[in-house]
Design a binder for this molecule. Structure first.
Ligand code: ASP
Length: 457
């Protein structure tokens, strides 16, 4: 099966190259539209065409998430072999996700304390009382909410932890039933294949979707919004880059022994998806496909760790909260002290477990963190203008953490195809994977409507 990197036959450009070009084209187009006021044409393009195509693309990705997670996880649990292994995968990924998130925010606080963004910031223009806070969830309620009272509602609302819990119970029960579950599991296997095919179809339109999503953001935001908060932005970008390319890669090398360079090269297309959608949840189908088909992680591990990570693991978001807290504390001249920063670390980790990876959720989490340490929520108004772009960047870091942990857990469980991981061309097969085979189509039609029976009969 082809991957996000799939190259069409006949030497045509790879999908990754197309997506990267779309990203660059989107940035340039957006900035041009932001700089030149073309009046009616601007709104026709940005609010009309780009928004419409971007929304279609986001919806197409999101429509895949719940069915893909359900069927791949059922197949994953059924294929894992023993229930003990399932517990180990869960335990290892939970520890790694929490540890990397905690490390991310500690590093972010350290970097910002050294750089000191926000000291001497001019508060004029900040609307007082414009930001409403949100209460932090308690650890008890986060845990209690994992068990859904209504699995259909959980699926309808995309409640990932509830879906994962329910599906694992379902799959384990199916295994307990033994042989009579065979048709059910075969059906799920088929549904999983079908979902992966739809991912492939949606991926073909990715360059257009990526272009429109990115062009829209840059046309609306421009670059001038960065100037007043350059200190915040540069500290944040530095911390994100350090975490993604240094901290995570040291952990990756130390725990798996695999090449970080190979990992990062294969991670590119997925990062671009996360960047353009600003949503770890919408990136689940792409990330799952990449780690299984390009990096060689077994489905039994990835079907659990990728959706689990998209929900509880948010290194980039935690980094934003660390940098933003130091920035806002500096703006208001508040010294949080060691206990204040420890509270920030604890809150950020807890908040990232309890909230789903969707655009803008990091800002909601920030209101919880600031409220807890007594910083004014109005500080958020200062950085709100640049948040969409920062959201895109931190989401790319979030999904990198999910993939890194998946490969590490798969490797330590003996569930990683190392040859596939090391093969730069893995799943880069050429072909016309979206073509329908006319022979197969005819066979299927004959099977559904046997000779001599028309569909109307
Ligand atoms: N957009 C981020 C994600 O989906 C969450 C956030 O930082 O707002 O992972």
């Amino acid at each position: 099966m082809a991957s996000p990197d799939a190259t069409a036959g006949g030497g045509r450009m790879s999908l990754t190259a197309k997506i990267l070009i779309a990203m660059g084209g989107g940035i340039v187009t957006g900035l041009i539209l932001n700089a030149i006021d073309l009046g009616f044409l601007n709104s026709l393009l940005v609010d009309g065409l780009f928004t419409m195509i971007g929304t279609i693309f986001m919806n197409a990705l999101k429509m895949l998430v719940v069915p893909l997670v359900i069927f791949s996880l059922i197949c994953g649990v059924a294929g894992i072999g023993d229930i003990g292994a399932l517990g180990r995968v869960g335990g290892k990924s939970l520890v790694l996700y929490i540890a990397t998130t905690a490390l991310a925010i500690m590093m972010a606080i350290g970097v910002s304390l050294i750089i000191g963004p926000g000291s001497g910031f001019e508060m004029s223009g900040v609307e007082v009382g414009s930001v409403a806070g949100k209460e932090a969830p308690s650890a008890w309620s986060v845990i209690a909410d994992i068990v859904p009272s209504n699995p259909i509602a959980a699926a309808a609302n995309g409640q990932m932890l509830q879906i994962i819990f329910y599906v694992i119970v379902l799959a384990v029960a199916a295994l307990m039933l033994g042989d009579i579950s065979k048709p059910f599991l075969q059906g799920c296997e088929y549904m999983n294949e079908l979902m992966m095919k739809i991912v492939e179809i949606v991926m073909h339109f990715a360059p257009y979707g990526v272009f429109c999503l990115i062009a829209k953001v840059f046309a609306q935001e421009g670059l001038v919004v960065f100037l007043p908060v350059l200190g915040y932005v540069s500290s944040l970008v530095l911390a994100l880059v350090l975490h993604c390319f240094v901290v995570l890669m040291i952990i990756f090398k130390a725990t798996s022994g695999l090449s970080p360079v190979t990992f990062l090269k294969k991670m590119w297309p997925t990062q671009v998806f996360a960047f353009s959608t600003a949503s770890s949840s919408a990136t689940i189908p792409v990330n799952y496909r990449n780690v299984t088909e390009r990096m060689g992680a077994d489905q039994s591990v990835a079907s659990f760790t990728i959706p689990f990570g998209a929900t509880i693991n948010m290194d980039g978001t935690a980094i934003m909260q660390g940098v933003a807290t130091v920035f806002i504390a500096n703006v208001y001249g508040v010294d949080l002290g060691v206990s204040g920063y420890l509270t920030v670390i604890g809150m950020a980790v807890l908040a990232s477990i309890g909230t789903a990876g969707v655009p803008g959720v990091g800002m909601v989490m920030l209101t919880m963190v600031l409220g807890q340490v007594g910083l004014p929520l109005d500080g958020i108004a200062i950085i709100l203008g640049v948040d969409r772009l920062m959201d895109m960047l931190r989401t790319a870091v979030n999904v990198t953490g999910d993939a890194m942990v998946t490969v590490v857990v798969a490797k330590t469980e003996g569930k990683l195809d190392i040859a596939k991981f090391n093969d730069p061309d893995a799943a880069l097969e050429s072909g016309h994977e979206l073509d329908i085979d006319p022979e197969a189509e005819k066979r299927l039609a004959d099977a559904v409507h046997p000779q001599g029976h028309s569909p109307a009969e």
